[in-house]
Design a protein around this ligand. Structure first.
Ligand code: DX5
Ligand code: ZN
Length: 215
């Protein structure tokens, strides 16, 4: 079964506590938090006070996806705010190896993300250092976008690379995940599925998570 990481990006933040309680009661494995700075991506989401509030009541690990420039400046602050998994974009990290190392030194699981256009060869020399590779299946910045189908092949290729390198890194996929493509993603090799719209636009998010989990 895949791990399911619901993204709260497009939920009603006046009811954030209720949303987290729903996720606590659900089969969700992680809670996916999208941090956007208006520079790396053309959108701004939320920051430390919101993560801290979620951390106080969440009973699932916080999977924090940084879509920010210069993430190195804030690694410690994200740890203090409650991040369990911290994922940085390869495109935003000129010294990726150092950044991944720093995340692990702080006691978090370390992930690297690739945008849809970024080639897998960027990861060649870091496959044995990361706990997680996140492949974007939309261009980051917004929830509710259409899945880029080329991602399926990219997952298969990444899976082969990980096996060859004897790496135990998980593969996570983020963007446009639906009931329809979840099984294909799983079969291609995805271990963790992020989903926003499919879960929170559904009348029963707990049921939606269950359906994704069984894919
Ligand atoms: C996009 C974010 C995603 C997004 C997923 O930049 O990284 O996590 O919230 O939302 P859906 O599942 O609606 O594409
Ligand atoms: Zn995300």
């Amino acid at each position: 079964m895949p791990l399911i990481a619901p993204s709260i990006l497009t939920t009603d933040f006046t009811r954030l506590g209720e949303t987290i309680e729903i996720l606590n009661r659900s089969d969700a494995d992680w809670i996916h938090l999208d941090i956007m700075d208006g520079r790396f991506v053309p959108n701004i989401s939320f920051g430390f006070p919101v993560i801290q509030s979620i951390h106080k009541i969440a009973r699932k690990p916080l999977d924090v996806h940084l879509m920010i420039v210069e993430p190195d400046k804030y690694l410690e602050a994200f740890k203090e705010a409650g991040a369990d998994v911290l994922t940085v974009h390869a495109e935003a990290c000129p010294h990726l190896h150092r950044t991944i190392d720093a995340i692990k030194q702080l006691g978090m699981r370390a992930g690297v993300v690739l945008n849809p256009h970024s080639p897998l060869c960027l990861l060649e020399n870091i496959l044995n250092d990361v706990d997680l590779v996140l492949l974007m299946s939309v261009n980051p910045g917004f929830g509710g976008q259409k899945f880029i189908s080329k991602t399926i092949d990219k997952i298969k290729q990444l899976k082969e690379m990980l096996i060859k390198a004897d790496s135990r890194s998980l593969i996570e996929v983020d963007g446009g995940v639906t009931f329809e493509n979840a099984r294909l993603l799983r079969e291609a090799g995805a271990d963790v599925l992020v989903a926003g719209n499919t879960i929170f636009a559904h009348p029963d998010p707990i049921k939606a998570i269950k359906i994704l989990k069984q894919s």
